[in-house]
Each structure stands twice: as structure tokens, then as C-alpha cells.
Design a protein around this ligand. Sequence first.
Ligand SMILES: *Cc1c(COP(=O)(O)O)cnc(C)c1O
Ligand SMILES: [Zn+2]
Length: 475
Amino acid sequence: MPDLAFQQCVFPDCAARYDLLEVRTACDACGGLLDVAYDWERLPVPRRLADFEQKWGRRSEPACLSGVWRFHELLPFAPPETIVSVGEGQTLLRPAPKVAAYIDAHHQRTWLQFEGLNPSGSFKDNGMTAAFTHAALVGATSAACASTGNTSASLAMYAAASGANMRAIVFIGEGKIAYGKLSQALDYGALTLQIEGDFDDAMACVREVSAQAGVYLVNSVNPFRLEGQKTIMYRVLEGLRWRVPDWIVVPGGNLGNSSAFGKAFSELHCLGLIDRLPRLAVVNAAGADTLHRLVNERGVRFNSGRPPLEVIDAFYAEMDAENRRANTLASAIEINRPVNLIKCLRALEMCDGVVTRVTDQEILDAKAQVGAGGFGCEPASAASVAGARKLRKEGVIGGAEEVVCILTGHALKDPNVTVGYHMYQGEDFRKMFAARSVSSAPLANRPIGVKNDTEQIRKTIAETVKGQPRSGDSI
Ligand SMILES: *Cc1c(COP(=O)(O)O)cnc(C)c1O
Ligand SMILES: [Zn+2]
């Protein structure tokens, strides 16, 4: 069905179209990003979103089990029998009364979407299943990505577990990857290349190498990945019984997720499946705040398809001249040049969005709060909760509004930071965190050293159960 789905330049003034089976990450005519676009008039679209619930009863079919492909009619670029899936997207929207109290939002209208429950432990699987499906359609035999960790984990897992005949090649910045993620790439057998430099260096490198060597690129410049990531929003709506929340709050790194969310909602709206769009809040880490600076300090907007590219170029030139490099403990969003910037600006325009930034201290405190409420998340994910708290304080998010924070990755991805926050004190704490200006751990749950003596242990338990959790000192 080649002409029912195609690729199209993101800039309406260009709007160049490319065949679905072309492998490309940019428009030839103008260099813009590409969208996957559909001729919806000629495609079968459900009349009501609730119709998708019927697929729950057909979970023995891979395309119904997958929380991505259950929504196939909303990303119809591949015939169902060609789908590459490992059962991704079976994630949960959970009420979060403790987090609601922490961010001072409505206790019954605050939700967390746990995307860490995906097979490789992050939301990236939503996109990877779509990219692998496209890769299979075009007959690719090797796939590559640059990664702060989760994309490489997901790529490696799909290459190993999906039965796709695919060699995985991952490019990572040296010393810039959390061990949980690195361990996955290694364990799943990916060819792992450690590049001297950070994510942005690895990204530039993989773009060049994959173009030269005919390797399929699965970074989020790949428009098919974003099609899969749209389904995160479908599942949020499903979790809310198809009610549109007031806010979606998401961490911003390469801005693939925020871009995909905007596209998801605008398509649902055009198709008449929802009657309004939620507002979007994208949260940067203060140490990796390109989007924040461009939007809030330089006034950059999508501007109906004519964003001020010269302002963006000048910003990057300045960044290079000052040798300013991203630096945050939230390694998954430690990015200088977000590849989906233009699409994210479009999503902000569509969804009346806002951008904010939070410090590593705010991120780690929010992460501890998420953990204390159950399940937990990795540092970058907690930027959404820290950002919601800040926006709530500023009155941007109202006290009665319904808020969904996206938790992008699993708590076990980066145990070092978690253990550091809860256990380290004094000089050890400063050594681990001072470079990132984290000075305290108000929500630390410190282990208590006790002698191997049942009487002592009994007393300690009685004391701590009675009072506040005690910190630090050995007994
Ligand atoms: C990739 C990633 C992000 C950033 O998402 P973008 O789509 O690149 O903005 C945030 N959190 C986690 C855990 C990630 O793996
Ligand atoms: Zn173009």
C-alpha cells in the first residue's frame, strides 16, 4: 500500500514527499526532518477509540498483544503480517497520590505512565518495534544508533530477541553510560563502539558511518520510530478511559517523545477521535537546556512551519564557541543538539506547550519521591515529576488540573545514582555529586548498620517504626 503511507518533509513550504520504502533521515530538497504521513481518507480508521479495547480479547495474536500494534490502524505503514514485535508497550498508567502531594497537584488527578515496564526497560521499545518493522520491509541486515544507553539497549534487544536477521551496532560516548544500559547492550550481543566524546559526537559519527555503509539508523531522526512512540499517548488515553488529560509532562532529550506525542494528538484530533488536545510540558535538565534556552530566552517558535533557523544556528555556534557541553546526572537527556528540535517546536505549537528546566537536585529528590510511591524510575524520567512540581508552583499547571507525568525508564537502569543518593554521606557524597551541584539528599532512606545481635535489632526496628526513619549512624 505504498501511496496510503509515505514520508513527507516537516516544513509545509517544502512538503516534499518520499516513498515509504526509502531509507532516509532528512529531506533532500531542504534538509528538514521527515514525517510518516498517511492518506487517512482511504484508510480504515476506527470510529471510536474505545473500539481498540476489543483487541484485549485477542492477546494470542502478536499484533494484539503488543501495546504498540494494538493501535495498528493509527500507524498503518506496514501490513500486520510484517510486524516485528517482542510484546512491547504493555505498560501502566497508575494513580500517584504521594507524587500528587509532592507536586501539590490534585490527588485523584495525578498519574504516572510507567514506560520502564517495557521489555528492555525504557519507552524506546515503542519506537524500536516500529523502526525494526520498517527495517524488515526495506530488507536491512544491520542497524545502528548513537545512544546515551537506552536506545542501544533496545536496539540490541530487538536484534537479539525478535528473530529479525539483524546485526546491532551501537555508538556510545565514552564513560557517559549508566551501567544498567551498557550491560544490556553487551549482554544482548551488540557490537559496541565507545567513541571518544559525548552523545552528540557519537551521533554525528553514526550518521556519517551509517550513510556510507548502508546501515539502517534507528535514532529518533528515523521517522518510523516516532510512529511507534505515538502509542504511549494512546495508552495514556486508554488508562483514562479515553478522557483527554489537561497536561502531559515529559522529559526532553533528543525530543523524539514530545514530537511523537504532538503528532499523536493532532492526528487523533483531525480524525475526530478526540475533541481537544492536552497541553504539553517538556522538561530539560538545567545542565542540558537547549530547548529551554531557545524557547524561553530566544523566543524560538515553530511559527506555522517557518521557525527562525538562523537564531537556532547562531545559538549552536555560540555553544560551540563557548565550548558549552551538556552536563547532568540524568544521562538519558544529557544532549546538546536535540535532533528532533523542529518537530518538538511543532508539537509545542499544536499542544499550547511550555518548556521548563530543573536542576539535578530537583531531579534526584523527585526520583526518590517516585520510588517511595512504588515502582520508581531512572533519573531522567524524574525530570517530568520535578518539572510538574515547578510548573505547579509557578501556577502554570492549575491545582485542579489532570496531569500525566511520563516515566521514561526503569529504576534499575542507573542503580549507582540511586544508591549514591540514599547511602552516601559526607566526602563520599560530595565526590559523587558535587560536580553536578547536588548538595543534599532530603529524601534519603539510609541503611542502618547494626550488630549481629537480635536484642539490638529488635530495639532498632521498634525505634524506627515509632519515629521517623533514622539516618546514617551505626548503633
Ligand atoms: C531517550 C530517553 C529520554 C529522552 O527522550 P527524547 O525522546 O530523546 O526526548 C528520556 N528518558 C529516558 C529514560 C530515555 O531513555
Ligand atoms: Zn523539505
